[in-house]
Design a protein around this ligand. Structure first.
Ligand SMILES: Cc1cc2nc3c(=O)[nH]c(=O)nc-3n(C[C@H](O)[C@H](O)[C@H](O)COP(=O)(O)OP(=O)(O)OC[C@H]3O[C@@H](n4cnc5c(N)ncnc54)[C@H](O)[C@@H]3O)c2cc1C
Length: 418
């Protein structure tokens, strides 16, 4: 593989889903792009496992719609429960003109694999084991220092290896995209410290094979103090996201997996089943095998700006919310494509730098609403009292964005404020 270029149009930091799709969009526009990630490979985990209808439209535009559609599981709708009582539901829209438009369950690692494959077709390999150290904005470029990580043999009497910086490379880019996740280094270098918009939410995430059949429906269950999500996944697998009530010892740290483990013990399965039954008595499909289980903390936060000058943020680097509606990743994917297209227009002299200021304004408006700090959501006349009193919580659980979110909210009696 050729070494990291010293000069590029855009340097993307972070090869999670948002960085990958930004790099792919830039490469498709004919720009020179490098994408670096400090990890050694993609996450390899299912994490954000649902693709919103709007994300499917984007994948279709990138020529990836049908492949994803075949690998994933299409859901028919979403149901809302007040413990055992079904209180609202909505079917996802089918569109004759867009065969791959819908809510698709596809594990995050499979999406990342597909995006990386597409990038390679454009001769852009992900530079794994490359960590952004510092960056400095100059008049017409960004100067970035990237550390290439390798392994040093250390240890006596037992041989072992340790990560070490083996080379330092300097890159001059016309723009830099920080898609480096919740603890974004790019954001910190730019001094853009996230503002908290509420207490963090902690979830126990459990992926498992059920005993019985499950319907093709995402389900959200409200109990006093908790909101839980159930998602069927491909290959006869399911996911429960059980909220850990405020005040309980959360364990773990922001965005990190703790206690991920293979269980399989009958006792643990029975405990989980009892816990689920207490919150969602409608769930009768049991647990046959637990694939993985983790306690994860999700901050609710927003960067004060999505970037400035020649450095711009996207995805979890700029925002984080609860996982139930799969909004962080999906809206992150949409904004990454938007940002990349704006940069391409700017570098092709088809737009002025005003386009990036608009990106900032539009994204902050959207996230302000989703995180309940801007003009938010209201109940439509005739909406049930149950929906009316839980409208802001409901908004965070809806697996859609943009016009699809407006339509889905409307089906349960809610209206997004402009
Ligand atoms: C266990 C778990 C379960 C989850 N479940 C859900 C869910 O059910 N629903 C949901 O919506 N979301 C869920 N998420 C969150 C979801 O995974 C994120 O929203 C999504 O990954 C964000 O994508 P991203 O591209 O913005 O950032 P990331 O996927 O975090 O990618 C950032 C990348 O940047 C790299 N990086 C960081 N610093 C540097 C540096 N200095 N130099 C180079 N590279 C760097 C990292 O190695 C990483 O690969 C879950 C997360 C976890 C951990």
């Amino acid at each position: 593989m050729k070494p990291l270029s010293a000069k590029v149009d855009v340097l993307v930091v972070g090869a999670g889903p948002c960085g990958l799709i930004a790099a792919l969009t830039l490469a498709r526009s004919g720009l020179s792009v490098e994408i670096v990630d400090r990890a050694w490979k993609a996450s390899g985990e299912s994490f954000a496992c649902g693709l919103h209808p709007g994300t499917m439209d984007l994948l279709e535009e990138l020529g990836m719609g049908s492949g994803a559609w075949e690998a994933g599981l299409r859901l028919d709708g979403i149901g809302f429960y007040d413990r055992e009582r079904r209180v609202a539901s909505a079917e996802f829209e089918r569109r004759a003109d867009r065969p791959h438009h819908g809510l698709l369950v596809l594990p995050q690692d499979q999406l990342e694999e597909r995006l990386e494959e597409q990038l390679l077709r454009h001769h852009v390999p992900v530079r794994w084991g490359h960590r952004l150290d510092t960056s400095r904005q100059e008049d017409h470029s960004v100067h970035a220092v990237v550390e290439e990580i390798g392994f040093n043999a250390v240890g006596y009497p037992f041989a072992r290896t340790e990560e070490a910086v083996v080379r330092v490379r300097e890159v001059s880019a016309r723009y830099l995209i920080g898609a480096d996740g919740v603890n974004s280094h790019v954001r910190q270098v730019e001094g853009l410290h996230c503002e908290s918009t509420g207490l963090p939410k902690v979830y126990d995430m459990i992926e498992f094979k059920p005993v019985g059949e499950v319907e093709r429906e995402a389900r959200i269950t409200f109990n006093p103090g908790t909101v839980d999500g159930f998602w069927p996944l491909p290959s006869w697998t399911c996911r429960w996201c059980l909220e850990v009530p405020q005040g309980a010892d959360p364990g773990g740290s922001q965005g990190e997996v703790v206690g991920e483990e293979q269980t399989g013990a009958a006792r643990q399965r029975a405990q989980l089943e009892r816990r689920i039954q207490a919150r969602a008595p409608w769930y009768e499909s049991g647990i046959r095998d637990v694939d993985w289980q983790a306690r994860v903390t999700f901050a609710r936060q927003l960067a004060p700006a999505f970037g400035r000058g020649r450095v711009w943020l996207t995805g979890d680097a700029a925002h984080q919310t609860s996982p139930l509606g799969m909004q962080s990743m999906n809206i992150g994917l949409r904004e990454s494509v938007d940002l990349a297209r704006r940069m391409a227009a700017l570098l092709g002299n088809q737009a002025t730098s005003e386009t990036l200021a608009e990106y900032d304004q539009e994204r902050r408006n959207e996230w302000g609403r989703l995180l309940g700090v801007g003009s938010g959501i209201k109940a439509r006349p005739g909406a049930s009292e149950w929906v009316r009193t839980r409208r802001q919580q409901l908004l965070a659980t809806l697996p859609a964005s943009g016009p699809d979110l407006t339509a889905l909210a409307g089906k349960i009696g809610l209206e997004l404020c402009s």
